[in-house]
Structure formats: structure tokens, C-alpha cells
Design a protein. Structure first.
Length: 471
């Protein structure tokens, strides 16, 4: 048995797999996000670590694992001491308190300088602006910390005692993608050279350790950390060849394509995540809001996810003229463009608009955002899809129609699969990454959505002009 631990933003899971990749069992626990004023989104580090230990213990109580891998949410800042104990609540990747710093850095050229060095854009919830914010407003917290860590690395250190990160998490925003180590110039551009010691060493290919006493794993079990959840899903879905892509319909809308060379000369948007291969990167365009936008709308109309397929069936393509720009995140948008001031818009509503129309328009807007991101990432080959959004047959059908291509639905728990496969245990990757199903687009609906997508792009451009003008 092999175990993958996936520490998500809203759910912490552990999945067990047989040697052939067959899913054996899954344990999950909810994770809380703590929202405060000033677009602040935090998490209780101890709660998250405890949840990871709990789901791991529930699985390993049944059977001894041969190895374990840890993955989890990326970005944010998890400030911990030398024993990986929190010195303050973890700041989530969804946090928006540093939006003004990103705006400042964009205007001054800092964002462009960082992108030219690392191939990674800056957004409010990534470590650079958050560390700068803490340096200005909570310097004592940084002074008392040993590591400005990523989520999975905190869990890994608490389980093994090893302080390290992997190249995928370290990529955003300080990693030189070719040297695969932190770029001093990127740190200097952000005014953070004096905080460089807070960055954990980058282990190649992955941080490795064995469990400490009290961790619910047998003594000596090999444990690896990384990649973080988006690259882990790509690996677990078999997305490894240049041009192939992945869409994760989760809390965020994670979109990426495999490239064999980082592009550091283009517009400073999107990300380059290093992989376990020195000749492969994931060109990431992860939009800030995916299922979170749908959840907000469903809550406002008094519906649940269980009703989603019925609601989508009750409204025709185009949602009777209702249109949604799905930028619901309080920290704006980060891909395929960076706009801290981006906000959602719902238009075309009348007294005849139904609940189903509002829900369908939201789902369509999210699907158009996914296509925008995937095109910017350079998708030209096969596309795999994963995440909680795939559980809705109607929404999956809508994505296929909007994207105009077959969708290879990844086998369950793709992130946990990738965490195990990354550990290099000699497993049959083809068997582990075989798709669960394939969803083909409908030609007629795809033609309709092609025209609607062009209209979406025009509306986004108009909205960006308003946001920049402060309107």
C-alpha cells in the first residue's frame, strides 16, 4: 500500500493505493479558512497539521504502507519556528492584504523584473508581497520565525523533522527556473534580501525523510514531500509531455500546459513551476476562483451542489442572456492577467431570470475563464481534467463544449497519486495515470460557445480598463 496526503485549502485528505494504482481507501477532514478585515484569509496551522495526522492515522491503522508522499496547497506564508510550530496564523494564498504592494510593484517595474528572472508573476497571495507586508507591519513575527514555509512543507517537517521544500513550491516567486535555486536578484528586487534566511533549502529531486516518533507511520517508512497540489495533479493525471495540459476544477481554476523551455521574455503573467525533470516546466495559469465562485452563487440562491446538474439542465446554453465575469476573489485575479482590483460582474438579469440561469451563467463564465487560461498557457495537445468540479456530469459536459476538445477525466485523487509517483518507487506510471473516462464535446454546442467565448474576451478587456481606472 502507498499513501498520498493532500493538504487542501478546504479539505485535508489521505488516499491509499495498491501497487497497481487502484484506489483502496480515502479519509478526509474539513479544513477551516479564517476570514478577517482587509481581505485577510488565514488558517490555523495546528488544526491543519492535526487533520493531516488524523487522516493518515485512519488509513495506516488498517494496513502498513510501503511509502508515503505529501502534497498540498501552494503559495501563502506559513510562518513557523525551528520545530515547525506556528509563530502566527498561516496566511492563505487567497489572502488579499498585500494587493497594494502588488500594485506598487507593478507600477515601479519590480513585477516585471521578478518575472524576467523567474518566469513567475506576482499576486497578493504569493510569498513575496506577503513577506513584504509582514516586514512592514509585523516584523517581529518574521524575526521570531525560522521558516516562511509552504503548507505541505510544514506538515512534512512536523512528520519527519526535515526542513526543506521542493522546486515546484519554491518556483513562485523566487526560483531561478534553470539553476533551480533561489535567485538573489529576485529577492533584492522585492526588498527581501535580509529575509532570505527564512526560505527553506530546495531539495532535489524532493525532500525525503522518515517519520518521527508519534507520527502514525511505521518506523523507517520513506516519506517524500512535493510537488505541491497543482503539479502533483499533473503528474497523477499523466500530464508530462510538451503541449499537453491539465485543468483542475477546484477552489481555484488551475490551468497549465507542459513546456520544455521557460519563457522569461513575455508579458509578466502566469507561472513556471519546476518539475522533477530539469527539461520540463509547467506553464501555469491558475485563476483565483473556481468552485469557490459557484459556491458563492449557490449559497445566494439557496441551492446546493447536489442540485447542480438539474439547474444546468433547466437553463439553455447562454443562460437566457445572463453573463458572469467570475472574478469573485477579494485579492483580484492572477491569471491569465494580474489585476488586484478585478471583481465579478453579473449582467443581463431581468425579472424573468431564473435561479437556473444565474447558476448556468456562473458555470459558463468559469469555463470561459478556463479556456482563456489554457490558451495563454500554450495548450496544444491532450487535456486532462481533475478536481471536485468533475463530479457534475453537466458541468463537465459544459467544459468540453466550451473548450471544444475531449476531456480525459483523471482517476480519483490525482494529487495524492502524484505525491506518491513523485517519490520514485518504481511504480507503473501508465497504470497509475490511466483516465477514468473521456468526455467529448458536442459540435453544435461547441460552435455556440465559440462565439460566446469571443464575447467573453471582449467583456474582460472592457472590465480591465474600468478596474485600472478605479471604476
Amino acid at each position: 500500500m502507498f499513501v498520498g496526503i493532500d493538504v487542501g485549502t478546504s479539505v485535508v485528505k489521505a488516499a491509499a493505493f495498491g501497487e497497481d494504482g487502484r484506489a483502496l481507501a480515502v479519509e478526509s477532514r474539513p479544513a477551516r479558512t479564517l476570514r478577517g478585515g482587509g481581505a485577510r484569509v488565514e488558517q490555523d496551522t495546528e488544526e491543519v497539521v492535526a487533520a493531516a495526522a488524523e487522516v493518515l492515522g485512519a488509513l495506516t491503522a488498517r494496513r502498513r504502507p510501503a511509502a508515503a508522499g505529501v502534497t498540498g496547497q501552494g503559495d501563502g506564508v506559513w510562518l513557523v519556528d525551528g520545530r515547525a510550530r506556528p509563530v502566527r496564523p498561516a496566511i492563505s494564498w487567497m489572502d488579499g492584504r498585500a494587493a497594494s504592494i502588488v500594485t506598487e510593484w507593478t507600477a515601479s517595474g519590480v513585477a516585471a523584473e521578478v518575472f524576467s528572472r523567474t518566469g513567475n508573476a506576482l499576486f497578493p497571495g504569493c510569498p513575496a508581497p506577503l513577506l513584504a507586508w509582514l516586514d512592514r507591519h509585523e516584523p517581529a513575527a518574521l524575526d521570531s520565525a525560522a521558516t516562511a514555509a509552504y503548507c505541505k512543507d510544514v506538515v512534512f517537517q512536523r512528520f519527519t523533522g526535515v526542513r526543506a521544500t521542493d522546486a515546484s513550491d519554491a518556483s513562485v516567486p523566487f526560483l531561478d527556473p534553470r539553476a533551480r535555486d533561489y535567485d538573489p536578484g529576485a529577492l533584492a528586487a522585492c526588498g527581501l534580501s535580509h529575509r532570505a534566511g527564512l526560505l527553506a533549502p530546495v531539495a532535489a529531486p524532493l525532500p525525503r525523510g522518515v517519520p518521527l516518533d508519534g507520527v502514525p507511520l511505521p518506523t523507517g517508512t520513506p516519506v517524500t514531500s512535493g510537488p505541491f497540489d497543482v503539479p502533483a495533479c499533473a503528474l497523477g493525471a499523466g500530464v508530462t509531455e510538451p503541449g499537453d495540459g491539465l485543468l483542475i476544477i477546484g477552489t481555484t481554476l488551475a490551468c497549465l500546459a507542459v513546456v520544455d523551455e521557460p519563457d522569461l521574455d513575455g508579458a509578466p503573467t502566469g507561472f513556471h513551476f519546476a518539475t522533477g525533470r530539469p527539461d520540463r516546466w509547467l506553464r501555469g495559469m491558475p485563476a483565483m476562483v473556481g468552485t469557490a465562485a459557484l459556491e458563492w452563487v449557490l449559497a445566494r440562491v439557496g441551492a446546493s451542489h447536489r442540485e447542480l446538474d438539474a439547474l444546468l439542465a433547466a437553463s439553455p446554453p447562454g443562460a437566457r442572456g445572463v453573463r458572469v465575469l467570475p472574478f469573485f476573489s477579494p485579492s483580484g485575479e492572477r491569471a491569465p492577467f494580474v489585476e488586484p482590483a478585478a471583481r465579478a460582474e453579473i449582467t443581463g438579469v431581468s425579472l424573468e431570470t431564473t435561479t437556473a440561469d444565474l447558476v448556468r451563467a456562473t458555470c459558463e463564465g468559469i469555463a470561459y475563464a478556463a479556456r482563456h487560461c489554457l490558451e495563454a498557457a500554450g495548450l496544444r495537445g491532450a487535456l486532462s481534467v481533475a478536481g471536485g468540479g468533475t463530479r457534475s456530469a453537466r458541468w463537465l459536459e459544459l467544459f468540453a463544449d466550451v473548450l471544444g476538445r475531449p476531456l480525459r477525466v483523471a482517476a480519483e485523487e490525482a494529487g495524492a497519486r502524484g505525491a506518491v509517483l513523485a517519490g520514485g518507487h518504481g511504480l507503473d506510471a501508465a497504470a497509475w495515470t490511466r483516465p477514468a473516462s473521456v468526455r467529448d464535446p458536442d459540435p453544435g454546442r461547441a460552435a455556440f460557445h465559440e462565439a460566446e467565448y469571443r464575447d467573453y474576451l471582449a467583456r474582460v478587456q472592457t472590465a480591465r480598463e474600468r478596474w485600472r481606472a478605479g471604476l
